[in-house]
Design a protein around this ligand. Structure first.
Ligand SMILES: [Zn+2]
Length: 593
């Protein structure tokens, strides 16, 4: 009888009783650094609601790839946002650089142009905010340039309130923000929030303005309208500060665990506290589900290599013997004896002693029709073969590139597009959710870089990785298949979630997208099938799902290198823990079980 009543109570919920949703993203926050001292609000929130102890960022562990997963519930194989910098086939204007085929996606202007190039929607999937506003909910995305607009990148007319670094900026070489509803624009200006402040380290002033916009303008507006709302708040900290900090230049310790990074973690925590307080003040807290995630973890940068040709050359602003920005492009050009051009400098040749300006390279005789494109990103890079039309030629070139990279001590694992056919030493994209319905150009190869820990209690809190970046050794990066980068922070609390619960089942950023869609009862027509799962176990009466652990390995290449992936699985959904060459990736077992 009791069970019957329970069921009745469930079914008796009115269909329109959707909660509000606030998604707070602390960019680049590692779970190992969240405690009562460093981030008291996040620590208390996780203890009060559901803490996802087995959480996952999606590889490549970059911001826009995971922003797209949160926005759509899909893996990168479907949404096609493979990393922050991707090859888009034809030049797109990148503010401060000019036209480039390898744009950085964290730009409102670039996102608009990329959309225009791919039938009006480069993600090829509907986003949750888009579906929510089409259902009549109020929607807003506030915070860091790029991932904020990605949440509803097709609404550039104020249908979704988008407030980011570009809000109020419109100079000729600037990134212009998108339109805001007139009433919101007026209220922001009244409070002196109409023009976003420049970034800083820690990013206190800019984020304080975003918080004020959210708490003093947008939430009261939602409250007044009485609509169900969805708000995404994307905190640039601790990411921006962990990247740029110089607490131990050239040294790996403390690296991203120094005082500057800790101040940025606290800044994000303070922002989160202010948002929770505003929900309470507005009387919205009881009806609002709050979900916290980080797009990816973080690692300290190593620039060491004993095998790289580029590291033996001398470059301006690069310490002698260290890896230079663009080392993958430079090493490949050298090994294949191909000319190299800089896509971010009007396709100018990369002269001896110079580095590609953003780490990207066009290899071949004609930069307008390159044989190889390297998109430099950080803890992993993307390699495209746009000219190879013939599958046999593409396979031969991919094998050649894979073998050159496999000989480098900075590499830990190579992934190859299934379309290439067998590439020894490389795992197929379909093993890691990169083969799907994407409409952007699909890379031929993804190369992952070496990672290790400096030896703290929780190795994911003190990871180190080789990174293709203009940042220096001792600064911070992410993007690799290290568990320090795939392990993110995830928690949830509110009327739809259990209290004081630790969820041990694997969970990912794609799951958060699917879970929000379920909370809001959205009707989304999915094009691709690479989706996350709804985290029902986090909801009252939800059963913890069974999950398994597994590993898969590639065939060996001529040097004996094997790429191994360690994963977990719930039903058909895979969770990627770590991958690479045994002994060269943090969190990857040294041998296959
Ligand atoms: Zn970052």
């Amino acid at each position: 009888m009791r069970r019957f009543l329970c069921l009745l109570a469930l079914y008796a919920l009115p269909a329109s009783a959707q909660p509000n949703v606030l998604l707070f993203v602390a960019d680049g926050l590692r779970p190992g650094v969240v405690n009562e001292k460093t981030a008291p609000t996040l620590a208390a929130f996780s203890a009060r609601g559901v803490r996802f102890a087995n959480s996952h960022s999606l590889f490549p562990t970059f911001t826009t790839a995971n922003a797209a997963a949160l926005a759509t519930g899909h893996f990168a194989g479907d949404h096609g946002d493979f990393s922050n910098t991707i090859f888009v086939g034809k030049p797109i204007f990148l503010p401060n650089f000019g036209p480039t085929v390898t744009p950085f996606l964290e730009s409102d202007r670039v996102l608009g142009d990329v959309d225009a190039n791919f039938d009006g929607n480069y993600l090829n999937e509907e986003t949750i905010l888009q579906a929510a506003r089409q259902k009549g909910f109020a929607t807003a995305a506030i915070g860091k340039l790029g991932p904020t607009l990605i949440q509803d990148h097709l609404a550039r007319d104020g249908q979704t309130i988008v407030i980011d670094d570009s809000t109020g900026h419109s100079g000729p070489d600037e990134d212009a923000g998108v339109a805001l509803p007139a009433e919101i624009q007026k209220k922001l200006e009244e409070k002196g929030l109409g023009v976003a402040k420049p970034r800083a380290m820690p990013n206190v002033a800019q984020q304080a303005d975003f918080v004020r916009a959210a708490t003093e303008v947008v939430l009261p507006w939602f409250k007044q309208r009485g609509q169900t709302f969805v708000m995404v708040f994307w905190s640039r900290d601790p990411d921006g500060t962990q990247h740029a900090q110089t607490d131990s230049l050239e040294k790996l310790v403390p690296g991203i665990n120094g005082p500057t990074s800790l101040a940025a973690i606290r800044n994000a925590d303070d922002n989160f506290a202010a948002l929770l307080a505003a929900l309470k003040t507005q009387g919205l807290d009881a009806d609002t589900d709050v979900i916290v995630t980080s797009d990816h973890g973080f690692s300290t940068i190593s620039k060491e290599s004993a095998t790289s040709w580029a590291a033996t050359q001398s470059f301006d602003k690069v310490a002698a013997g260290q890896l230079t920005p663009g080392f993958v492009a430079l090493d490949l050009a050298h090994a294949l004896a191909l000319p190299i051009f800089d896509p971010d400098k009007g396709n100018a040749p990369v002269k001896p002693g110079a580095t590609p300006s953003r780490g990207n390279g066009l290899l071949g005789d004609d930069p307008a029709d390159p044989e190889i494109v390297v998109a430099g990103n950080g803890g992993s890079d993307l390699i495209y073969l746009p000219k190879a039309k013939d599958p046999a030629a593409a396979n031969a070139l991919a094998r050649k590139i894979a073998l050159i990279l496999s000989a480098q001590d900075y590499v830990s694992g190579i992934f190859a597009s299934d379309d290439l056919g067998p590439v020894p030493g490389a795992l197929k994209f379909s093993e890691i959710g990169l083969k799907g319905a994407a409409v952007t150009p699909v890379p031929a190869l993804v190369v992952n870089f070496r990672s290790f820990s400096t030896g703290c209690d929780d190795p994911t809190a003190c990871g180190v990785q080789v990174a293709d970046t203009s940042l220096r050794q001792g600064q911070g990066m992410h993007g690799s298949f290290s568990r320090a980068d795939t392990r993110n922070v995830m928690a949830a609390a509110g009327p739809s979630f259990r209290s004081a619960h630790v969820d041990l089942a694997p969970a990912s950023n794609a799951d958060i997208g699917m879970t929000i869609a379920r909370l809001l009862d959205l009707d989304i027509r999915h094009k691709g099938g690479l989706v996350g799962r709804v985290l029902t176990e986090a909801m009252p009466n939800g059963a913890e799902p069974d999950f398994t652990r597994g590993a898969v390995s590639s065939t060996p290449d001529a040097l004996g290198h094997v790429t191994i992936l360690s994963f977990q699985q719930v039903g058909p959904t895979r969770y990627f823990d770590a991958a690479g060459y045994p002994g060269r990736t943090l969190g990857l077992p040294a041998t296959l079980q």
